[in-house]
Design a protein around this ligand. Structure first.
Ligand SMILES: [Zn+2]
Length: 455
């Protein structure tokens, strides 16, 4: 029985897939106007880990994550740099995926772009107007939150307390300060689409409803993102869907903030770090390990100390892996310890408790070293293979310590050479061996694959 904390329910609930054996999830993707930061990395890793775990559990997952490529921030950057918004969006989308690839985040199965859905959004907004839950304001079409009885559900606050906390409406025509824009009129901007209400752009909260329903249907299993999206973004998505009588997402799941020191990371605080900056000096797997070692709903402290602790822990895992390989153990043919697999599943089923699961895998690592000390090779093989299989299930691959130290271009050449050998292209493989030699690396072919030494 798999359970997760559902923000709408306010408690941990059992997750029963809508279609047995399948799982449909929509995770809000980035607005592509700048480089990905540590908080982006965390949510992308958390939902990557969730997806991988459900796949490991045997579910066929449909993972959708959008690209918001129409937004005021994109427009502002484009104007400041005298470029087109499309150019800015394309640049940062490419950078986003190259960073995600470095983090080992699996590509979503569907990556809808907001600009491809503008027609659908116009039709959707029109339906909201016809259903009398939206109205025309001076500068666009707005959703009337008073038409929804439980507005504020995902904020875990009553409509009355939200109203008390909301700023006084800055626009007099708004019926409630919390009413949000569905279509922004922009007659002067070059970046706009024609609509029955005049040229403009869709509001962010409308994008995700339209794209998720188009791809996954009017009901699906999970909608997720960082905690900062729960309100107002997800709540505003939810009420639009409810107004159209969609069943929409069965569960809402949010991961905690990234903290730098005791403060939430943000650009304005100046403690903002891009993922690329972090990955310049840190193995990308160390950031995944750091994310795994804390519960996904807890705040995650990212600072020099926690990053270096995670890097050292990763080195210990890699060196145990290397020690096992050096003992001549073939991990690929080792059997797995069923009891450990079950224990892992029980822990992970309990609200994706990667912190406890990872701690247990580190205990297995210590046991592997002890078993090697005692020359109990067969048991060491089973224990190590189980540990690596389970780390693999949550996206962390162990590599030999020596291999981990290799420069990227050498790793790339080694991969090409392995592919060439597998394809029996020996001329090509010899040529790659010479290229590696020129870089100062000697390659030997052994029964367990290529071995590399610095010359
Ligand atoms: Zn969204």
């Amino acid at each position: 029985m798999f359970r997760l904390f559902d923000t709408a329910a306010g408690e941990i609930v059992e997750i029963v897939p809508m279609i047995p054996g399948q799982f449909s999830m929509y995770v809000c993707g980035p607005t592509v106007y700048d480089l990905a930061h540590l908080g982006h990395g965390r949510y992308a890793l958390v939902f990557d880990i969730l997806r991988r775990y459900l796949e490991w559990r045997g579910l066929k997952v449909r993972h959708v994550s959008n690209i918001t490529d129409v937004d005021d921030k994109i427009l502002e950057r484009a104007e400041a740099e005298n470029r087109s918004p499309a150019e800015v969006a394309a640049e940062f989308e490419e950078k986003w995926f190259s960073t995600m690839d470095r983090l080992g985040v699996l590509r979503p199965h569907y990556i809808p772009h907001a600009t491809e859905y503008v027609e659908n959004m116009i039709r959707f907004i029109d339906s909201l107007l016809k259903a009398d839950v939206a109205y025309a304001g001076d500068d666009g079409i707005y959703f009337d939150v008073n038409k929804v009885a439980d507005y504020g559900l995902l904020a875990r606050q009553s409509p009355a307390s939200l109203r008390a906390g909301a700023r006084v409406a800055e626009k007099e025509f708004k019926r409630s300060a919390m009413d949000f824009v569905l279509w922004k009129l922009s007659e002067t901007s070059a970046w706009s689409w024609e609509s029955p209400w005049g040229p403009g752009r869709p509001g962010w909260h409308t994008e995700c409803v339209v794209m998720s329903v188009d791809i996954l249907g009017e009901e699906f299993d999970l909608h997720g993102g960082g905690l900062d999206l729960s309100f107002p973004h997800h709540e505003n998505e939810r009420v639009q869907a409810e107004a159209m009588h969609y069943k929409f997402s069965r569960h809402w799941v949010h991961n905690g903030f990234v903290m730098v020191g005791s403060e939430k990371m943000s650009k304005s605080l100046g403690n903002f770090t891009t993922l690329d900056e972090l990955l310049e000096s840190t193995d990308a797997r160390a950031y995944r390990l750091l994310v795994l070692q804390s519960h996904y709903r807890s705040p995650l402290d990212v600072n020099a100390q926690t990053v270096s602790e995670a890097s050292r822990a990763l080195e210990r895992l890699d060196s145990t892996h290397q020690r096992v390989i050096d003992s001549g153990i073939d991990l690929t043919s080792s059997r797995l310890n069923e009891e450990e697999l079950e224990r892992f599943r029980d822990v992970m089923d309990n609200d994706l408790d990667t912190a406890t699961a990872t701690a247990r895998l580190f205990e297995l690592r210590s046991r592997v070293n002890q078993l090697l000390d005692d020359a109990l090779l067969e048991e060491a093989a089973t224990t190590c293979a189980t540990m690596e299989h389970l780390f693999g299930a949550i996206g962390l691959d162990l590599v030999g310590a020596k291999e981990a130290d290799l420069p990227d271009d050498v790793k790339a050449l080694l991969e090409q050479r392995e592919a060439a050998r597998n394809a029996k292209e020996y001329v090509r493989s010899d040529q790659l061996r010479k290229e590696l030699a020129a870089l100062g690396f000697l390659v030997e072919d052994t029964s367990v694959g290529q071995k590399v030494k610095r010359t």
